[in-house]
Design a protein around this ligand. Structure first.
Ligand code: HBI
Ligand code: FE
Length: 287
């Protein structure tokens, strides 16, 4: 399957984690909340507390406010409860999945305002680093931003774009946009740069790293075609962070037909992750 290539890239071809035997045709499972152990709930609380100590002044207000309203500090949450809250706010729901799912299915869920959340939690040994998305990454990292109406519309648009990119042969390009925005995006605010990307928000180390001036990483304004053409690192902190000025900008940049981008970029060479083009301005200069 297509998604095995994605996973092989991420985990050296190791088998997918998670129990796929009870998944339906859309890879949806029941969360089976009662089956989580007290040790797992305790690990969730530790993960949650560690992240919360890092996020004030670093995560964007939209994320922090939604997370607080979700009441998810006391253990692995029941998806159904948050899903009802989320549906009332933006018309999105949460669906439980065994882990990584095929790209087509993933995009179909997003296009229908359903966010797939992995049911299993990492082990204590993986407290600081995990390769595949688990429930902490998916729920803590992604779900709060779906309470923002503009961001919620953007993710649906991305899902529709994914279905289209599959037909047009633009998936490599479009996946880079997801990576550099939904997973590792920063937003410029009057108070300074803030994080909205789930890959950073659920990471112990990158929350601080990505906002530290003077590292070897660059922080540049998001330009869609440039982003679609930029390779990314999957096993280290990002070498480039793309910065937006507003979620509306993200939506508007994703709304056009990407066919011309794909036609142009497919035949050329993508840019390395550490590229800085002559006209680009570092938005987090060393002090
Ligand atoms: N499946 N559960 C899950 N979560 C993801 O983030 C995910 C996926 N399948 C495919 C996929 N992501 C990617 O190929 C998308 O990037 C673009
Ligand atoms: Fe993610």
């Amino acid at each position: 399957a297509d998604f095995l290539a994605t996973v092989a890239e991420k985990s050296d071809g190791a088998a997918l984690r998670g129990d796929y035997s009870k998944a339906d045709a859309h890879y949806v499972v029941s969360q089976d909340w009662a089956a989580y152990t007290e040790e797992e709930h305790a690990l969730w609380r530790r993960l949650y507390q560690r992240q919360m100590a890092l996020l004030p002044g670093r995560a964007c207000d939209e994320f922090i406010e939604a997370l607080q309203a979700m009441n998810a500090a006391d253990g692995i949450p029941e998806f159904e409860k948050t899903s009802q809250q989320l549906f009332a706010a933006t018309g999105w729901t949460i669906v439980a999945v065994p882990g990584l799912i095929p790209e087509l299915t993933f995009f179909e869920h997003l296009a229908n305002r359903r966010f797939p959340v992995t049911v299993w939690l990492r082990t204590p040994e993986e407290f600081n680093y995990i390769v595949e998305p688990d429930v902490f990454h998916d729920f803590f990292g992604h779900v709060p931003m779906l309470f923002n109406p503009v961001f919620a519309d953007f993710i649906q648009l991305y899902g529709k774009g994914g279905l289209k990119a599959m037909k047009l042969g633009g998936l490599d390009q479009l996946a880079r946009l997801y990576w550099y925005t939904v997973e590792f995006g920063l937003i410029n605010t009057p108070q300074g740069l803030r994080i909205y990307g789930a890959g950073i928000l659920s990471s112990g180390g990158e929350v601080e790293y990505c906002l530290t001036p003077g590292t070897s990483s660059r922080h540049i304004h998001l330009e869609i075609e440039r982003c679609l053409n930029t390779l990314y690192k999957i096993d280290s902190y990002q070498e480039t962070y793309f910065v937006i000025d507003s979620f509306q900008e993200l939506f508007d940049g994703t709304a056009p037909d990407f066919t011309p981008y794909y036609d142009k970029l497919r035949s050329g060479n993508p840019l390395p992750a550490n590229t800085l083009l002559p006209h680009e301005v570092e938005l987090l200069p060393a002090q």
